[in-house]
Design a protein around this ligand. Structure first.
Ligand code: ADP
Ligand code: MG
Length: 462
């Protein structure tokens, strides 16, 4: 290949077709109108050629920059067929994260602390990073793409980019400086240039082996309980309450460290007013599309309004922002929290704003509810099993709150004592879930709707 630059224009013209087939691509709701290259860096010359690209993806009046790593070879081996993007100037171009022959280059550059074009590959001060390993993508990839190197490292490549430091990196760094035990150690980062500003494009952490994610553990416990419906929950082999309690403690400790590192504020009345408005607006827009939500709208509105009357001060701080059982790992020593990027769909300003730590608690409580009910989806109604699911959910939600209360400072205390705040946050999350399930998994819609019905009922009969 004489000049890699010759590949770029034809390659970019393939992207409107290819991007929507990628799981991490966040704009599947609208057609792509055009894609423009913002910056391309050659990471490795020759065959295979490795390119780092930032492209602008336009969808009508909406635009978002995305990160791509693309490779090209004279001959595409069969195992890379599914990564193929297009054949430009006679050369097959493909998504590089599936090619273990080239992914090692990204780790090597971090180990070297290299600058390539406007990309800065760095290890954290004091961290030792060794190159020479091949990286393979994890299959559970969601909003981003993570590469695992042997048993040692995991490199997350952020897909949708924003100028500035990604909250995932910022919060991991802050927690690491506090000596927090509940995160995977941060080892390095990759920073690119976005509109003249530095932007985080990658984050390297220690890969934790022998870990199980919280969702898998929780749903196994639910399955055990359902398999033996006569046994009391504390006598079932897979009782999860002890884990839930430790998880609650871990979350509170992470909040304590975030507060120590990055400070806290007390919410002003105007802020709470703004929060209520955002919750109401979300409710209005979801109720328009999901008619089943309409009957609960008055109760939801009343629960949100209660935030304006909160008596004591409401502490605000940096939080995880998208906490659920799929974002926590149980290792041999305890619980780790992953993925501090916040809700991927939310704007960066919202994700990095100070918020009530109870928002994370509410996220986890919703997740317990989901874990309890997921087995019943698509099954014929069985009151006994429904009761069991509720029982599991109640037991584990309480255990989580017990753990949280144990480690939280007095200013926050037991999340359950902040009835109105916790209820509003949980309902707001459930409204979000209603929208999500309606759009993606209609058969799950009953899970958040049943919770909304139950919480609304509790609110009217305190
Ligand atoms: N340090 C780690 N060690 C082991 N597995 C990890 C680690 N970090 C992430 N994972 C796995 O990778 C998955 C995706 O990571 P996450 O940070 O949540 O990325 P995304 O932003 O794509 O959601 C996690 O659900 C977990 O299974
Ligand atoms: Mg995640």
């Amino acid at each position: 290949m004489s000049d890699p630059a010759e590949l770029i224009d034809p390659l970019v013209s393939e992207l409107p077709k290819w991007l929507p087939t990628q799981r991490w691509f966040g704009g599947k709701d609208r057609p792509i109108t055009s894609v423009r290259p913002l910056g391309t860096t050659v990471l490795q010359e020759g065959d295979p050629l490795l390119l780092h690209m930032i492209v602008e993806v336009y969808q009508g009046d909406r635009m978002a920059p995305y990160q791509l790593v693309v490779a090209s070879r004279d001959q595409l081996p069969e195992y890379l067929g599914s990564s193929w993007i297009g054949t430009e100037r006679g050369r097959p171009c493909y998504e590089a994260t599936g090619d273990a022959d080239v992914t090692g280059r990204l780790l090597d550059l971090i180990a070297e602390g290299a600058d390539v074009g406007s990309l800065k590959f760095r290890h954290e001060p004091g961290a030792e990073v060794k190159g020479g390993l091949r990286g393979r993508p994890i299959t559970s990839e969601q909003s981003n793409t993570s590469l695992v190197y042997g048993n040692s490292y995991i490199l997350k490549l952020f897909r949708k980019l924003s100028p500035g430091e990604n909250p995932d990196l910022l919060l991991h760094r802050a927690l690491q400086e506090q000596g927090c035990e509940h995160i995977a150690p941060l080892l390095g980062s990759i920073t690119g240039d976005l509109y003249g500003e530095p932007a985080t494009v990658g984050m390297l952490q220690q890969f934790i082996t022998d870990a199980v994610d919280g969702w898998a553990m929780a749903t196994t416990s639910v399955r055990d309980l359902m398999a033996d419906p006569e046994l009391p929950p504390d006598q079932v082999g897979g009782d999860f309450a002890g884990e839930s309690q430790r998880l609650g403690q871990a979350v509170a400790k992470v909040h304590n460290d975030l507060r120590r590192a990055l400070g806290e504020q007390v919410a002003e009345a105007e802020h709470l007013d703004e929060v209520v408005k955002i919750m109401q607006a979300r409710l209005d827009s979801v109720a328009q599309v999901v008619p089943e939500l309409a009957e609960y709208a008055p109760a939801l509105r009343a629960a949100f309004e209660k935030l304006r009357e909160l008596s004591g001060p409401v502490p605000m701080q940096y939080i995880h922002g998208d906490l659920h059982l799929g974002q926590v790992l149980r290792t041999v020593t305890g619980w780790l929290l992953l993925d501090f990027e916040g809700e991927p769909a939310a704007p960066l300003a919202e994700r990095s704003a100070l918020r009530s730590p109870l928002r994370d608690v509410a996220g986890m409580l919703r997740s317990f509810d989901y874990a309890a009910h997921q087995m019943l989806i698509g099954q014929p109604e069985d009151p006994k099993l429904t009761e069991r699911a509720l029982e599991w959910s109640r037991r584990n939600r309480d255990a989580f709150c017990d753990g949280y209360a144990k480690a939280a400072p007095e200013s926050i205390g037991d999340p359950r004592s902040q009835v109105h705040l916790l209820r509003a946050l949980e309902l707001d999350k459930a409204v979000y879930e209603v929208a999500y399930e309606h759009a993606n998994r209609p058969e799950w819609l009953g899970v958040p709707l049943a919770s909304i019905a139950r919480i609304a009922e509790e609110a009217s009969n305190p």
